[in-house]
Design a protein around this ligand. Structure first.
Ligand code: FAD
Ligand code: NAP
Ligand code: MG
Length: 464
């Protein structure tokens, strides 16, 4: 009996799933025979987190909303730290553009690479993965998917599964005493969409990481009266302009008044949880599910990709991130080479030892600089094993470190800086006026560098 053609299921068509498809497509274009690749995406189009939608609860198909993106979002680190090794900004934009770009411009960069390479054909949109299970007796995975186009539940068999479903969609929502009596709006950053909604308000933001920092500064930019951050471990610690305040953890809420651990109180119109996200793999059987907590190096994965107990089950993009797109690419290339038999996986014991070594190394890190170096060395470790073009990981690390300094220096002005590409050397152009004065986040306004006041019209993606 002839063996069936090898089949690979890729779950999700965000940057990580698209990286996996791109990895296979480059082999195909070199004339190599590739396995059958099927990508299931629950949304009606690709781009993952970068696909903005106003919806916050469920979509047209009744599926939970994946997106946590909001209007007026600009990338929060220089684009030179996320450049694809195989698709440079010069190739895409043709001329230098600023280092910090709004969402629609970044989305265009990500999706153009796959659009140009005819990758859409591998993706089944409006297909929500419901259940993935491994069957040891036949060494096969069954993938059960809701096809919303035909309103049918289908089940297919695969030899490998790559889970690339992202991990910034399911809110981590701590309890706070008295919240149910709070008369104002309560929301998690997952539901935040438009800063203008909070104009003239006093806002309490719980959390002190990237979402807190970005949503807080953005609400202020669009007219909030005051922003108060409440931290659990440590304050964000910037030299905040007037109107910002940092307090220790909120202990209870009485009416409109929040009480903090240091005994102080303050009144608020809105309480926003920027308390991060949880892994949510409710569609995965125990024998394929990553059970680790979110981390820069999640436990139980070899090389941050292969489930050690069942390495034909792979994860791309599950790390906490300093590096993003080129890290996902590097992982995707490595996963591809393992599937193609070009890289051999070691024994389960060796995989466990290797993963332990990385986790021990992680436990010794405590500063941003150390975490950046750590993630760089992780990427370099897998990059050198594949033919993914070298993008100078450590040089990008220097950009990330410098970016941390820029934020310390001026949290409202760090996006006015320009960096050089580590691949082409091209120096980014300058914004025509300071970021704080640019209210328009549209693709058109940015590419012409002629900004209009924020209007509904400004929401358009290039494709819209
Ligand atoms: P995602 O982009 O989340 O894509 C996962 C895909 O899987 C989605 O399309 C989803 O619909 C699909 N999916 C999920 N479950 C299922 C299912 N059951 N069946 C079928 N399909 C499914 N990164 C940066 O580099 N720079 C930034 O400035 C930046 N800003 C960010 C701002 C916010 C508010 C957030 C939340 C994240 C930001 N990120 C940023 C990180 C961002 O998550 C990554 O850039 C990137 O989108 C991760 O790609 P991914 O493919 O792993 O996941
Ligand atoms: P995060 O980095 O995981 O941070 C979670 C925050 O919530 C931490 O400050 C944490 O405090 C706090 N927290 C958790 N549980 C808490 C509790 N019980 N009580 C009080 N505080 C609690 O999540 P995130 O900030 O949402 O960022 C997620 C991702 O989105 C990142 O990749 C980020 O880069 C991205 N993002 C990007 C942009 C942008 O590009 N413009 C904007 C927003 C988000 P501890 O420190 O005590 O753990
Ligand atoms: Mg190499």
């Amino acid at each position: 009996m002839s063996k069936h053609q090898t089949r690979i299921a890729i779950l999700g068509a965000g940057p990580s799933g698209l990286a996996q498809l791109r990895a296979f497509q480059t082999l195909r274009d070199k004339g190599q025979e590739i396995p059958e690749v099927v990508c299931f995406e629950k949304q009606e189009d690709w781009g993952g987190m970068w696909r903005y939608s106003w919806e916050t609860c469920t979509d047209n198909n009744g599926e939970p909303i994946h997106g946590s993106m909001y209007r007026f979002l600009w990338i929060n680190a220089p684009k030179e730290a996320l450049e694809f090794g195989d698709y440079t900004f010069d190739e895409h934009f043709k001329e230098p553009i600023p280092s910090y770009v709004p969402r629609a411009v970044l989305k265009d960069y990500i999706t153009s690479r796959v659009e140009k390479n005819n990758i859409r054909q591998y993706i089944r949109f409006n297909h929500a993965v419901r259940w993935v299970e491994y069957h040891e007796d036949r060494d096969i995975f069954t993938v059960c998917v809701m096809d919303h186009n035909t309103d049918q539940l289908i089940t297919e068999e695969f030899d490998y599964v790559v889970c690339a479903t992202g991990h910034f969609s399911t809110p981590n929502l701590p309890e706070v005493e008295g919240l149910s009596e709070f008369p104002g709006r309560i929301l998690h950053s997952h539901e935040f969409r438009d800063a203008r909604e909070f104009k003239d308000q006093d806002i309490l933001i719980i959390g002190s990481s990237y979402s807190a920092e970005d949503i807080g500064t953005q609400c202020f930019k669009y007219g909030a009266k005051s922003i108060t951050f409440s931290y659990r471990s440590s304050p964000i610690g910037h030299d905040w302009p007037k109107g910002f305040d940092e307090r220790p953890l909120v202990t209870k809420v009485v009416g409109t008044t929040a009480h903090f651990k240091d005994g102080t109180t303050k009144e608020f119109d809105t309480i926003m949880f920027c308390t991060g996200f949880k892994f949510n793999f409710s569609f995965l059987h125990d024998n394929v599910r990553l059970k680790a907590k979110s981390s820069i190096y999640p436990a139980d994965l070899y090389k941050g990709i292969f489930l050690i107990d069942n390495p034909k089950m792979m994860y791309v993009g599950m790390q906490d991130q300093y590096y993003t797109f080129n890290m996902f690419d590097t992982q995707a290339w490595y996963a591809r080479d393992v599937i193609m038999g070009k890289i051999k996986l070691p024994s389960p014991n060796e995989m466990t030892e290797d993963s332990k070594k990385w986790m021990e190394k992680l436990a010794k890190c405590s500063t941003d600089e150390e975490y950046i170096d750590y993630q760089a060395s992780y990427i370099q470790d897998i990059l050198q094993a594949t033919d993914y073009p070298d993008f100078n990981v450590y040089e990008q690390g220097l950009i990330l470190k410098s970016w941390q300094g820029d934020k310390q220096e001026d949290i409202m002005g760090f996006r006015n800086k320009s960096y050089s590409s580590t691949i082409t050397g091209t120096l980014a152009s300058c914004l025509p006026k300071p970021w704080i004065e640019i209210m328009d986040d549209s693709y058109r306004g940015f590419m012409k560098q002629e900004f209009v006041p924020a209007t509904e019209d400004a929401l358009e993606d290039k494709s819209a």
